[in-house]
Design a protein around this ligand. Structure first.
Ligand code: COA
Length: 250
């Protein structure tokens, strides 16, 4: 299963760790095993002085379609969602190295909200950002209910997180969710070049600057936990189960 996440250190970009979604046949939907692999990679980056920046990438046309809905359905049917998603979110928040992401195409659910924890995101013109939480009878996660209003103001945060509206790459850039928009063929190169530029900077100064810009981690963790309590309860609702079943039946 770990083949669905490829972790490597870029040969051409010294100091850059790449975490790549590699489940294109499922639009890079994220399973519990994939969260585990990403958490391990982020923790390994923190412990390794040679890694000075991490770049998240997807595959052509899909960054990620979000959490695997089969896992949501299993939880809705009485199972547990497990701790893997939460562990990944904590690892994102606690990461000490700059996080860069490159999006080409679909970015849904956590495929959108995880960029709120990244420092620089580059997306291709054909990218689409969407969080259909409420349509699935779920609630926002990843502290997006705290971070999105800060990033983009109430109206756009509400349009994204509650109304489930699609954001184009240009919308996302105008809202401040991402940094730059480029042609599809340029995403990888620009993302890795951006990460390499950060990796070449004085590490301790960059870490302090990043911490100051990001602000306290405690309130972000507290919001992740608060959202998770609602999320877990909503997962067990009839409406959520029906929405997951409808998706799996298509
Ligand atoms: N979980 C599990 N499987 C998923 C998935 C997800 N989140 N997203 C896509 N897939 C699977 C599809 O079931 C399909 O599998 P199959 O070929 O075995 O039938 C495959 O990926 C391709 O997806 P498909 O729907 O055929 O592609 P599309 O281009 O028509 O649509 C999406 C792509 C992403 C728009 C659509 O799949 C979708 O809406 N996915 C759900 C996204 C979502 O709600 N995520 C959770 C957010 S909280």
């Amino acid at each position: 299963m770990t083949g669905h996440i490829i972790v490597e250190q870029s040969a051409e970009h010294p100091g850059v760790q790449i975490i790549r979604f590699n489940r294109p046949e499922k639009k890079n939907a994220i399973t519990r095993a994939m969260y585990v692999r990403m958490t391990e990679a982020l923790k390994a980056a923190d412990a390794d002085e040679a890694i000075r920046a991490t770049a998240f990438l997807g595959t052509e046309g899909a960054f990620s379609a979000g959490n695997d809905i089969a896992d949501f359905l299993a939880a809705a049917m009485g199972g547990s969602l497990g701790h893997e998603l939460l562990d990944f979110l904590y690892a994102l928040v606690n990461s000490r190295k700059p996080l860069v992401s490159g999006v080409d195409g679909l970015a849904i659910g956590i495929g959108t909200t995880m960029h709120m924890h990244c420092d620089l995101t580059i997306a291709s013109l054909r990218s689409q950002f969407r969080t259909p939480f409420v349509d699935l009878a779920l609630v926002p996660e990843a502290a997006s209910s705290l971070l999105a209003p800060r990033i983009m103001g109430h109206q756009r945060a509400f349009a994204m997180l509650a109304a489930g509206e699609d954001f184009s790459a240009a919308d996302a850039r105008d809202a401040g969710l991402i940094w730059k928009v480029c042609a599809p063929g340029e995403v990888e190169h620009l993302t890795l070049a951006t990460a390499a530029k950060l990796a070449a900077k004085p590490a301790s100064a960059l870490r302090i600057a990043r911490d100051l810009v990001r602000g306290p981690r405690e309130e972000i963790i507290a919001r992740i936990d608060e959202e998770a309590r609602h999320f877990t309860a909503q997962l067990k609702s009839d409406e959520a189960r029906k929405a997951f079943e409808a998706f799996m039946r298509r």
